[in-house]
Design a protein around this ligand. Structure first.
Ligand code: TXA
Ligand code: MG
Length: 367
């Protein structure tokens, strides 16, 4: 299959859609209308979209990603009223969260209506709904005249895509079109909240943080076990996707986080030294401050290590923005071992640490 590319020139230059951009989004929307697949930018990561009401389009999404079909898709809307079509029961809490955080990086899970095909929800009776804020995503959905099922636009098991180049890498020849809207602002997938129970439950941390949700609702949210650590054998996570080893680089990875005042850089060197001696290609993913410390501690060793910077230690937004791209680079460079610096585990840091821990297959050293 030939994959068309629609480059949103004005949006990439000025951050707002121009007339040509809109015309390209109309063309892309026409592909969706016909049951085709289009990768498109959102404020979190790129999505791989198809008409959520067409079982066939969902089947093609699973095939294009190489994703198991029991892993449900998020349905993207562009107007609040569309939620009524999809969700059978909407609690006052859900309405409040929708009013506060939509459009934005929050996904909520509801009991589904008859209108939503089981193919889209991986056989579940529930549906995940998100109203993205990215202008290109909003226009694309609006022009398609339907609602759009979209998982992250990466091959199953690879890091999510945060730039059109990543989508091309993974999906060229497997989808009908890719819309290039530049880098995704946030860089981590949306927060997922299950709204079907008595209390909202956090299934995946994201840029709408647990602290923000608690502020809005006035009470604490429960956190699904799959967010905190590896699941015991036989336990199924609420978000089926959380059971797969997502976001996984090809390299073996260890995460080193400061908890008791220890030195992250010293622990990193300790982790890397035997790997270098064993002849593996090593990388560190860390803050500028940490990289400076590493070079000061052991300059000869650091000459043989690839250093990938996440920005200043205090800037968690920047780290979230670049992390998936850095993991992709490490793959492309054939890195065999990665030592990554952890962040604090509050607010956006909780989402970043969740992705880092999964990439490291939960191998964390606290110092
Ligand atoms: O930011 C995002 O959410 C991006 C952009 C494209 O919107 N999408 C995304 O989709 O990350 P995906 O498919 O890569 O991750 C969706 C997660 C999966 O872990 C899936 O299992 C879970 O959401 N999910 C979807 N529907 C669900 C449902 N009905 N109940 C529980 N979990 C659900
Ligand atoms: Mg994904």
């Amino acid at each position: 299959m030939e994959t068309k590319q629609f480059i949103l020139e004005d949006y990439k230059k000025n951050g707002s859609l121009g007339g040509d951009d809109i015309a390209k989004l109309e063309e892309a929307a026409a592909i969706l209308k016909k049951g085709g697949l289009v990768a498109f930018p959102t404020e979190t990561v790129y999505g791989l979209g198809g008409d959520a009401f067409l079982p066939d389009a969902s089947a093609r999404i699973y095939a294009a990603k190489g994703r198991p079909s029991d892993n449900p898709l998020i349905v993207h809307i562009c107007r609040l009223e569309q939620l009524e079509m999809l969700a059978a029961r909407i609690t006052p809490e859900a309405r409040k969260l929708a009013e506060t955080y939509w459009p934005g990086p929050l996904t909520m899970v509801f009991e589904k209506t008859e209108l939503v095909p089981k193919e889209t929800t991986g056989g579940l009776n529930t549906v995940a709904v998100r109203f993205p804020s990215h202008p290109a995503a909003k226009v694309l959905i609006e022009k398609s005249g339907t609602v759009i099922a979209a998982p992250s636009a990466n091959l199953s098991g690879r890091p999510s895509t945060t730039a059109a180049a990543h989508c091309i890498e993974d999906l060229d020849g497997r989808v009908d079109a890719i819309v290039d809207g530049g880098d995704c602002r946030i860089g981590l997938e949306s927060t997922i909240l299950d709204m079907t129970g008595e209390k909202p439950q956090l299934l995946r941390p994201g840029a709408v943080t647990a602290e923000m949700i608690e502020n809005t609702l006035g009470y604490s949210v429960e956190v699904d076990a799959a967010v905190k650590g590896p699941l015991a054998e036989g336990i199924r996570p609420k978000a089926p996707g959380m059971k797969y080893r997502h976001y996984a680089p090809k390299a073996e990875m260890v995460l080193i986080a400061e908890e008791n005042g220890g030195s992250v850089s010293e622990a990193m060197l300790e982790a890397i030294r035997p790997e270098l001696e064993a002849g593996r290609r090593c990388a560190v993913i860390c803050s500028e401050e940490c990289a400076d410390e590493l070079r000061g501690l052991m300059p000869e060793l650091m000459d043989r290590v690839t250093v990938k910077l996440t920005g200043s230690r205090k800037n968690i937004r920047q780290a979230a923005h670049v992390i998936f791209e850095l993991l992709r680079e490490a793959d492309a460079e054939g890195i065999g071992f990665i030592a990554a610096e952890g962040s604090r585990e509050r607010e956006l840091g909780a989402a970043l640490m969740n992705r880092l821990k999964k990439a490291a297959a939960w191998r964390v050293i606290y110092v």
